[in-house]
Design a protein around this ligand. Structure first.
Ligand code: SDX
Length: 428
């Protein structure tokens, strides 16, 4: 395999090095391209552009492979727990029992947030979308932990910020929901597991403590594992770029939450349920909606379908689809939109428009159905995605800082006006 490529341009030959990763992916290193040739590259949406070298997550879109630090998502979803996977992503190895116990204890003991956060929360109207509230509450953590503002401080300081982010996000997420439903906030309980604690903060009331069933806690934990990282997706790239300016971890994660909110990204899980509900209300004619999705004059898209990287099944969708069946059966829940989702999937996967574009169900297509069955309201679905993705954002931010990556600052091709002189207003 040649280790260089040649670019023939303007009568000159430029040699560009080839970088090969540990899974034999090859990339053209264009770090010196502009300096040597005057050329930059143009790649809308970075569809063909690598932003970094990373050792955290590996995807093979053609084969539907997803691995966290070399371990397959199938094995981790089956055998691991969300906190163990979080440790793996952030520190690179599966923890020993004592490492996991310490990690869990530290997170448990930092799950409270400063009482002044309540004053910020009280400022939000009940119709505020929980993702907007969560993004701002995470950013407000810089006010309560000002030493977190300097990510170049001691490694102990950075480690403390990482633990606090993992510990406090479930609390802030549950409080964003309580604000939405105008119920009193619920404090964390240290004797509960990460997922169970989150659910009791979501659904306990002053009159009744929410009892988390083991089925629900396990389903939530599995969903969080499946969302934990996904290499350089939109929100993770946002976290990296914001962090590359040496902004704090909290500021970077707050920006990542904002990016995840979009319906083309993490917001798709909410959009999928809204789409399935629309199909149900319209009489359940999935063929009509598949036709709309194919019509270039119709802005309707099949939410939960398609992916920038996966050109075959999203392995997470396969796991979540089975989990949806299991959870609904175990909870004895019959959800008509599940049948609509399965019919929609069947029809779309037989249709040449979707097959020719390699459009398959992605992680968001079935996740909402489980969240609904677990009693989580629709506009909290993307908050669930953020909870899961947090360790991935942290791991990627930490790797970017440890690799001393330069500030992210792309170039452009200017297409505006050429030089012209100022014209006084009376002459315009
Ligand atoms: C996530 O990157 C990640 O890893 C993200 C994620 C993660 O874990 O971080 O996996 C999570 O964001 C999953 C994706 C959730 N989004 C949705 O489900 C929204 C619906 N999907 C699409 O909008 C779209 O498929 C994207 C955004 C996911 C991918 O868009 P791309 O890669 O930019 O592809 P594209 O928009 O250029 O589409 C290529 C073609 C186009 O048709 P042509 O121009 O070739 O005729 O496929 C069509 C698109 O019109 N197409 C769809 C479609 N998705 C793509 N047509 C109908 N319905 C769809 N859902």
């Amino acid at each position: 395999m040649s280790k260089t490529a040649e670019l023939h341009y303007n009568g000159k030959i430029f040699k560009l090095p080839i970088v090969t990763g540990s899974e034999n992916e090859n990339a053209l290193d264009i770090s010196k391209l502009r300096g040597e040739s005057g050329l930059i590259t143009l790649d809308r949406g970075f569809k063909n552009t690598g932003s970094c070298e990373s050792a955290i997550t590996f995807l093979n879109g053609e084969e539907g492979v997803l691995k966290y630090r070399g371990y397959s998502i199938e094995e981790l979803a089956e055998k691991s727990t969300f906190l163990e996977v979080s440790f793996l992503l952030i520190y690179g190895e599966l923890p020993t029992q004592s490492e996991l116990d310490t990690f869990t204890k530290d997170i448990t003991e930092h799950s409270l947030v400063h009482e002044d956060v309540r004053a910020i929360l009280d400022g939000y109207p009940s119709k505020a979308h929980p993702m907007g509230v969560l993004s701002s509450l995470v950013s407000s953590l810089t006010a309560f932990y000002p030493r977190s503002l300097d990510p170049n401080r001691s490694s102990e300081q950075v480690e403390g910020t990482i633990i606090r982010a993992l510990a406090k996000l479930p609390t802030l997420a549950a409080w964003s929901y309580k604000n939405r439903v105008r119920q009193p906030i619920v404090y964390p309980k240290n004797h509960l597991s990460y997922s169970a604690n989150f659910m009791q903060m979501m659904f306990s009331l002053p009159t009744t403590d929410y009892k988390v069933s083991p089925v629900i806690a396990k389903a939530i934990d599995k969903l969080l594992i499946l969302h934990a990282d996904h290499e350089q997706n939109c929100s993770t790239s946002t976290v990296r770029v914001v962090g590359s300016s040496h902004a704090s971890l909290y500021a970077s994660v707050s920006a990542g939450i904002a990016a995840l909110w979009g319906p083309l990204h993490g917001g798709a899980n909410q959009a999928v349920i809204e789409m399935l509900e629309e199909i149900k209300l319209d009489g359940g004619d999935v063929d009509k909606f598949v036709a709309k999705a194919k019509d270039k004059n119709d802005s309707f898209r099949l939410m939960g379908f398609g992916h920038r990287v996966y050109k075959s099944f999203d392995p997470r969708a396969t796991i979540i689809k089975k989990a949806a069946d299991d959870v609904l059966t175990e909870l004895n829940v019959v959800d008509p939109v599940l049948e609509i989702a399965k019919k929609l999937e069947r029809v779309a996967l037989e249709d040449d428009y979707f097959k020719s574009r390699n459009l398959y169900p992605n992680v968001d297509f079935y996740s909402g159905i489980i969240y609904r069955a677990l009693g989580i309201p629709t506009d909290m679905f993307t908050v669930m995605f953020a909870l899961g993705r947090l360790p991935g954002w942290i791991a990627q931010w930490k790797e970017m800082r440890e690799n001393h990556e330069p500030i992210g600052r792309p170039r452009q091709v200017y297409t505006g006006e050429n030089a012209r002189s100022y014209v006084d207003i009376e002459n315009r």
